[in-house]
Design a protein around this ligand. Structure first.
Ligand SMILES: *[C@@H]1O[C@H](CO)[C@@H](O)[C@H](O)[C@H]1NC(C)=O
Length: 293
C-alpha cells in the first residue's frame, strides 16, 4: 500500500491505528514544487494539530524537505512512489525572484518542522532568504541553496544548526561567508556548484586558501555543470587549476565536472544528488519520497 498514493490516502481514512502507522512514511521526505504545493502542505500541517494543539503530529515527522523546481524529466531508476500526475516535473511558478513564493508560510513550515535534517530551497530570491534563516531548526544537517541565494551567514542561524553539508548553487559568496563555513567545526562537506558563470568560478578558486586552515572539513568541492565537451571551458578550467595549483593540491579540494547536467540540466542533477543523500540516510520503509503537487 505504501507504493500507491491513492490507496495510502484512503487508508488514512480507515482508522487511527493505520493512520499513525502510515503518516511517518508519508511525511519523512517531502518535495514541494509549486507555490500551491507549499500552501497545501502548510494547510495540512496547520490543520493537523493532533489531539493536543500544542503538540502537532505531522510537522515533527518531516526530516527531508525540498522546495522549488526539480527539473523537467523523471529520473529513471528512482522510486516513483506517489506519482499522482506529471505536474511536479516542471515548476510552474517557483521561478527566481517570483513573488509567488509564500514566504510567510515557509517561515511557519520551517518553524514547526523540528526534526528537519535536510532542506533544499531552489530558486528563492536572494532578498527572501534572510526571512527564513532565523527559523532553520537546530536539527538541520544538510542545506541546499541557490542559484543566487542570499548571503549565507552561519551566525544568523538563530537555532545554531550543526550544518555538516552545505551545497551552494551558482552564487558569489563573500570571503568571510566562505571562511566561516570552511572553519566551522561542524561542516564536513562544502560544495559549490556552478552552471557557467566564469567569474564566479574563478572567485571560488580564489577562496580556496582558507581550506588549509581547517582541520575538520573533509571536502571542498567545486562542481561545474553544463561545460562537458565545451573546449573553451575545459581550457579555462585547466588554467584555473594551474593558477591556483598550491590550493588544489590539498586532497580535500575536489574540482568536478558533472556531465549529466548536459542532458538533464542542473536542477535535475542537484535533485538526484539530494534524493541519493536522503535515501541513504533513511531505512527502506521511510525511503519513499512524497511529492505534493
Ligand atoms: C521576496 O522577494 C521579492 C523580490 O525578490 C519581494 O518583492 C518580496 O516582497 C519578498 N518577500 C518577502 C516576504 O520579503
Amino acid at each position: 500500500a505504501a507504493q500507491d498514493y491513492p490507496t495510502a490516502v484512503s487508508l488514512l481514512l480507515v482508522c487511527k491505528e493505520v493512520r499513525l502507522w502510515i503518516l511517518p512514511v508519508l511525511y519523512t521526505t517531502v518535495v514541494l514544487t509549486s507555490s500551491n504545493a507549499i500552501i497545501r502542505f502548510f494547510r495540512g500541517l496547520m490543520q493537523d494539530a493532533g489531539p493536543n494543539p500544542t503538540s502537532p503530529i505531522l510537522a515533527p515527522l518531516v526530516r527531508h524537505l525540498w522546495m522549488g523546481p526539480i527539473g523537467r524529466s523523471p529520473t529513471p531508476g528512482f522510486p516513483k512512489a506517489f506519482e499522482v500526475n506529471d505536474g511536479y516535473w516542471s515548476s510552474a511558478d517557483l521561478q527566481l525572484y517570483s513573488t509567488s513564493w509564500p514566504i510567510t508560510m515557509m517561515h511557519q513550515i520551517l518553524s514547526s518542522c523540528t526534526s528537519l535534517r535536510s532542506l533544499a530551497i531552489l530558486n528563492l530570491g536572494q532578498n527572501n532568504w534572510s526571512h527564513l534563516e532565523g527559523v532553520i531548526p537546530t536539527t538541520l544537517e544538510s542545506l541546499w541553496l541557490g542559484p543566487i541565494h542570499g548571503p549565507l551567514i552561519l551566525k544568523n542561524f538563530r537555532h545554531h544548526p550543526r550544518l555538516r553539508t552545505i551545497t551552494s548553487i551558482d552564487t558569489y559568496m563573500r570571503d568571510d561567508e566562505v571562511k566561516d563555513i570552511v572553519l566551522s567545526p561542524h561542516c564536513r562537506v562544502f560544495r559549490r556548484a556552478y552552471i557557467r558563470s566564469p567569474q564566479a568560478v574563478e572567485y571560488a578558486f580564489q577562496q580556496l586558501p582558507c581550506v588549509a586552515q581547517s582541520s575538520t572539513l573533509e571536502e571542498m568541492r567545486i562542481e561545474l555543470h553544463g561545460i562537458a565537451g565545451d573546449d573553451a571551458w575545459e581550457a579555462r578550467l585547466k588554467q584555473l587549476e594551474e593558477k591556483y595549483l598550491p590550493f588544489c593540491l590539498d586532497k580535500r579540494v575536489k574540482i568536478v565536472v558533472r556531465p549529466e547536467a548536459q542532458t538533464q540540466g542542473i536542477f535535475r542533477t542537484i535533485f538526484r544528488d539530494w534524493q541519493l543523500e536522503t535515501l541513504s540516510s533513511e531505512s527502506m520503509v521511510n525511503s519513499y519520497i512524497v511529492y505534493f503537487v
